[in-house]
Design a protein around this ligand. Structure first.
Ligand SMILES: [Zn+2]
Length: 260
């Protein structure tokens, strides 16, 4: 009963709790700044405390929750205007670079220096490289570039957008870069929830431009396409950001005074 190792069954419960909590955060049912009680959530969602704890820790690592020594978990507040600008500036430094590296990785010179040229085609090794990324990676990238239909849940959009940026980051081949990007990206989750449906189609077009350049092994074009996407995305997010700050949709719960 008190075993601490993660049994498969427990994992599943923690996953379920994670998905449920994340969706409530993204829908602002758990509002920015709200204080979370493990006991309360466990009762409300009909889980035991262990999966709830695991789910909260995971959401904290993604930057959606903050944990303070005595007061426990709170939903991260929406970013201030200055933090928002700062965040985008850092993304602009890192993500075009990641796209560029992903495109460079696909080039034969970098993947298999000089070696491939000396190996006759059909030898197994060569087919990996003949056209940049292996087909499976290229397909995964293209799939990640797609965004859900405009009418679908905003949560789906936020997840799809994050998935694309994380996929590009992972293809950069730098674990550190990928980690930094993932972490930054999480802070935008809350804002993506306010994105207008029109933006979703634009996002897909821009994502596909990045993916095409990576698959086409064009490092500079990939870098530029990612930069353009972030610039456009910054404008869209800013509009969503303003809306989020002016239309505080959820009524304040009684004990929201520690809203910080
Ligand atoms: Zn995007």
């Amino acid at each position: 009963m008190t075993a601490t190792s993660a049994t498969p069954e427990k994992r599943t419960l923690a996953d379920e709790a994670y998905t449920e909590l994340k969706s409530r955060i993204m829908r602002s049912e758990l509002a920015p700044g709200a204080k979370l009680s493990i006991d309360g959530l466990a009762k409300q969602l009909a889980f035991s405390q262990t999966p709830i704890r695991e789910a909260l820790a995971r959401l904290e690592s993604e930057g959606l929750l903050a944990r303070r020594p005595l007061s426990g978990y709170t939903v991260e507040p929406l970013l201030s205007a200055a933090e928002f600008d700062d965040l985008f500036e850092i993304r602009m430094m890192l993500e075009p670079r990641a796209a560029r590296r992903a495109a460079e990785r696909g080039t034969p010179e970098i993947r298999e220096p000089a070696l491939l040229r000396s190996i006759p085609p059909g030898d197994g090794l060569a087919q990996v490289d003949a056209s940049g990324l292996p087909a499976a990676e290229a397909n995964a990238l293209l799939a990640a570039a797609r965004t859900p239909d405009a009418g679908s849940d905003k949560l789906e959009f936020t997840e799809a957008d994050a998935r694309f940026h994380n996929t590009v980051a992972a293809l950069s081949g730098s674990a550190q870069l990928a980690k930094a990007i993932r972490r930054l990206d999480a802070h935008l989750h809350l804002h993506r929830a306010y994105i207008e449906p029109d933006s979703i189609g634009e996002t897909e077009v821009e994502h596909l431009a990045v993916a095409d350049a990576i698959i086409g092994q064009q490092p500079l074009a990939a870098e530029e396409a990612m930069r353009r996407h972030l610039e456009r995305s910054r404008i869209r997010h800013r509009a969503a950001f303003e809306a989020a700050r002016t239309t505080e949709p959820t009524p304040k719960p009684k004990r929201a005074k520690a809203n910080r």
